[in-house]
Design a protein around this ligand. Structure first.
Ligand code: FES
Ligand code: FES
Length: 886
């Protein structure tokens, strides 16, 4: 132990600490300064823990307290507060640089150290200073802009007042700061791990290191007697079904007889500290008997493969899609291309680890205590139901904390199950705060697709037929399973008019990590194959890929592969908006290639469906006593800007100031089920339910002349109105033809990539990405472009770098997380065709840029080098191998 005296945020502190204690621990646990976050298991990889020590940016997870005698430490809380923010905090808020906000405190502190030393940094200086700070949401574009704006503020060249949108500018289409942005900038927004609970048990969980095995025995007798240990939780201790059922009842909270993938949870140790829980966990003896692993769908579909789940076949979904006569049309076509494309298992990679806390709230008047779960679910009501049944406890509530991104991972229950079960078993509050390595083990992944594709056109370049036989690796558990293959079929023909289609989508259980939602969920994979085939076919026809696409877009009145006729379809306009950029890029690429460095330009397009058949949502509004409006909707906001959407739509529709809109969105106790924040559906579905509720309220106010809740009630009208949105089309695709209902709304994009390939190393450098998008009238331009920029960055990771390999991908380095140094120029072109049924004409955009980005990258590599890479990611090794083979 050592006594250390240091100054934190201007106040001298004396602390007695172990020699090895790091600053992050002291800040978060002793001083309760939770602005500094932890993502990377204290490996120095994420920068979320960055603070300023003696004027320099320091990763507090690597900074030993023993080295801090007399040091001056500034954390994000010491910089400013929401009432009195620092100019850097203002700049991050006003630039739209804050989405989920988990990286934000670290980014702001790194920027503070930079700007103190260098008041007028170049983009290169900013990238150098923030090179250790990761962000998954923004593609870094707005973070660089925020640091530049902060520099202007600090140099006195601009003021927040001059930049901040005013009420006079109106509401729709104006970049009003997100309601939660300032709290995130000042470190006062609570993420799950930031909740302290005095006396809570901390959990450590034993997970399978084998992909498939029988649990022969568990001996926890030594662990149970270790210091601080409250006990060991196994499947036998769980009172409910022990099954987390999303669509199929196959995933246990804790495994009982078998483990089915690397990471499956076997038991949990509960102790007074995480350290003691981990120590005890290392003493638990579990005997596993390995079973043959179904390593891929082909293996799982062989006749002698045993079923992974006793009562379920390994082939869990098989859906054809037939439109016209593709075989005949192929035979009659002037040009046909064929290829097999594969995509990888990938991690969605939110920066925040997969944490849950659970506590007991005293029941009223001696009633039963209520179990409260705090996590970052994006579907709190549905997940509450899953937990109630799995854990056998009815009186439960779910609260959504601020969420450090999720990108689909939180469509399903993860750490909540074990945390809730432990809280019930030990009748104590529980904190389950795993590191990022364990979070990677426990969470769902993006499904791998294997696609056999043929695409044909006539001599005039009109598409005639498309075949796609695809198999989806579902991994060990179903989760949303067939929804991903189904969505791929709904969007199979992309933006194009293809009169004849023959497809088959199959979903197969394996012993790989379980697949679930991941930004786009199906369409990014299926569109990769189609858009690469489009380039192959245009090449075969001798046509420019730009003109070939333009010629083949759907026109209103024509039908998709589902047979559904489209109405508005503004792709040609987007393509024309892209044309000057394309012409410039092609010229520059031709001029820019030299020696081993080859430049290329690639295109991809996409039309992403929103509001699927049978989707429904609900929202309630209430007139407040001051004429403001409270909105009640379980609309999660893990960073997309749903809070802004609800606020701006309400203010616009009712003609009230933004600050009189009050949101209640995060608690099952005061909302109804509005459905998941997934599938880019929140703006369209919940926004529409909100407008429906507001219409009722407005009609009542107009009828009575009431302006406040009191006046409305005095006039005999309720002050609360429930709005609904229900899609007219319902039902699945026809099981034989795959024809049937589809999405109510679409968002469209044309994507262009400019890149350079080093033909010696196979390394790809993205130079610029331009996206032209039509998502209807813009609600908040910064939120819109932020989603598109983040999607482009993630799409490039999917195309070039990222892959989750069970047992090997353990941190942000092995995952190849994109850094600010990988960031590239981005341009966004916006068109605003109102959607007839959208809320004030709008629709969602969160996943759009995942859809056309990967094929645009691969097409650009082909354009640059003449080689194709058929399986993602297109690593330097694969590109080199393709070049060598060519
Ligand atoms: S927690 Fe410090 S760098 Fe990741
Ligand atoms: S805003 Fe950077 S990780 Fe989400």
């Amino acid at each position: 132990m050592k006594k250390i005296r240091l100054r934190v945020n201007g106040t001298w502190r004396e602390l007695i600490v172990d020699a090895g204690t790091v600053l992050l621990e002291v800040l978060r646990e002793d001083l309760r300064l939770t602005g500094a976050k932890q993502s990377c298991d204290r490996k120095g990889q994420c920068g979320a823990c960055t603070v300023v020590v003696n004027g320099k940016a320091a990763r507090s997870c690597l900074t030993r307290m023993a080295d801090l005698e007399d040091a001056d430490v500034i954390t994000v809380e010491g910089l400013g507060t929401p009432d009195n923010p620092h100019l850097i905090q203002e700049a991050f808020v006003l630039s739209g640089a804050i989405q989920c906000g988990f990286c934000t405190p670290g980014m702001i502190m790194a920027a503070k150290a930079l700007l103190d030393a260098n008041p007028n940094p170049t983009v290169g200086d900013i990238k150098q200073a923030l090179r250790r700070n990761l962000c998954r949401c923004t593609g870094y574009v707005k973070i660089i802009e925020a640091v530049q704006l902060a520099g202007r503020f600090l140099r006195g060249e601009a003021t927040p007042e001059a930049v901040r949108p005013t009420a006079a500018q109106g509401v729709m289409g104006v970049p009003h700061p997100r309601p939660s942005a300032m709290a995130k900038a000042c470190g006062t927004a609570y993420f799950t791990a930031d909740y302290p609970i005095r006396g809570a048990l901390e959990l450590a969980v034993l997970r399978s290191s084998l992909p498939h095995a029988r649990i022969v025995s568990i001996d926890a007798s030594v662990a149970e007697k270790m210091p601080g240990v409250a006990g060991v939780l196994t499947a036998a201790d769980i009172k409910g079904t022990n099954v987390l059922k999303y669509l199929v009842a196959d995933r246990p909270v804790l495994c009982k007889d078998k483990v089915r993938y690397i990471g499956d949870p076997i038991l949990a140790v509960a102790a007074d500290t995480r350290e003691n829980a981990e120590k005890a966990l290392s003493k638990v003896q579990v005997k596993l008997e390995p079973l043959p692993a179904l390593s891929d769908p082909e293996t799982a579909l062989t006749a002698d493969a045993l079923p992974l789940h006793a009562d379920l076949p390994n082939l869990c979904y098989d859906q054809p899609q037939i439109k016209g006569d593709a075989e005949k049309a192929m035979g009659d076509s002037a040009a046909v291309v064929a290829a097999r494309f594969k995509t990888q298992i990938n991690h969605q990679a939110p920066l925040e680890p997969e944490a849950t806390v659970a506590y007991w709230e005293k029941g009223e008047a001696g009633g039963e205590d209520q179990l409260v779960i705090i996590g970052r679910s994006i579907n709190i009501h549905f997940h509450l139901g899953m937990l109630q049944s799995a854990l056998g406890w009815e009186n439960m509530r779910y609260i959504e904390a601020f969420s450090g991104g999720q990108f689909g991972i939180k469509i399903d229950i993860i750490s909540e199950g074990i945390a809730g079960a432990a809280a019930i078993h030990f009748k104590r509050p529980v904190r389950y705060i795993p590191g990022i390595a364990e979070s990677m083990l426990m969470t769902s992944k993006r499904h791998a697709f294997d696609m056999q594709v043929k695409l044909a056109a006539d001599a005039k370049g009109n598409l005639t037929a498309y075949c796609n036989d695809f198999i989806v690796d579902n991994g060990a558990y179903y989760s949303i399973g067939h929804v991903v293959a189904y969505r791929a079929l709904l969007m199979l023909s992309g933006s194009y008019h293809i009169p004849n289609v023959s497809a088959r989508g199959r979903l197969v259980y394996t012993n790989n990590p379980w697949g679930s939602a991941a930004r786009g969920a199906g369409p990014p994979q299926i569109n990769f194959a189609l858009e690469c085939a489009m380039d192959m076919l245009s090449e075969k026809l001798g046509m420019d890929p730009f003109e070939f696409r333009l010629q083949n877009f759907l026109k209103p009145g024509q039908s998709k592969s589902t047979g559904r006729v489209v109405k508005e379809w503004p792709l040609p306009e987007l393509m024309e908006a892209m044309r000057p950029n394309y012409q410039r890029a092609v010229k520059e690429a031709a001029a820019g290639s030299s020696g081993k460095l080859k430049r290329g330009v690639g295109l991809g397009t996409g039309s992403f469906g929103i509001g699927g058949p049978g989707d429904a949502s609900v929202a309630a509004v209430e007139l407040d006593s001051d004429g403001g409006i409270s909105v009640y909707a379980a609309a999660a906001d893990p960073g997309e800007g749903n809070d802004s959407m609800l606020t701006q739509l309400t203010a616009e529709f009712m003609g009230i100031p933004l600050d009189r809109v009050r949101l209640h969105t995060r608690d099952t106790g005061n909302t109804a089920a509005s459905g998941p924040a997934a599938g880019s559906r929140v703006t369209y579905m919940i926004g529409n339910a909100l407008i429906n509720a507001l219409e009722q309220l407005k009609a009542a106010m107009q009828e009575t002349g009431a302006k406040t809740a009191q006046e409305l009630e005095a006039a005999g009208k309720p002050k609360r109105y429930v709005g609904r949105k229900k899609n007219e089309e319902v039902g699945p695709l026809d099981p034989k033809t795959g024809q049937g209902p589809s999405f109510e709304s679409q968002v469209h994009a044309v994507q262009m990539v400019e890149l350079e390939v080093d033909t010696e190393t196979g390394k790809v450098k993205i130079l610029k990405m331009t996206t032209a998008v039509d998502a209807g009238p813009v609600i908040n331009p910064l939120n819109l472009t932020g989603q598109l920029e983040g999607g482009m960055d993630m799409g490039v990771g999917f195309a070039l770098r990222e892959e989750y390999v069970a047992g090997k991908t353990k941190d942000w380095v092995t995952f190849k997380f994109p850094t600010i140094r990988d960031s590239f120029d981005m341009e966004v072109i916006i068109r605003e065709t109102p959607r007839p049924k959208g809320p004030l004409g709008s629709t969602g955009v969160g996943e759009m840029c995942m859809v056309p980005t990967a094929p645009a990258v691969i097409n650009a590599i082909r354009n640059a080098t003449g080689v194709w890479v058929y399986d993602l990611p297109a690593t330097p090794e694969k590109i080199k191998a393709a070049l060598a083979a060519a």
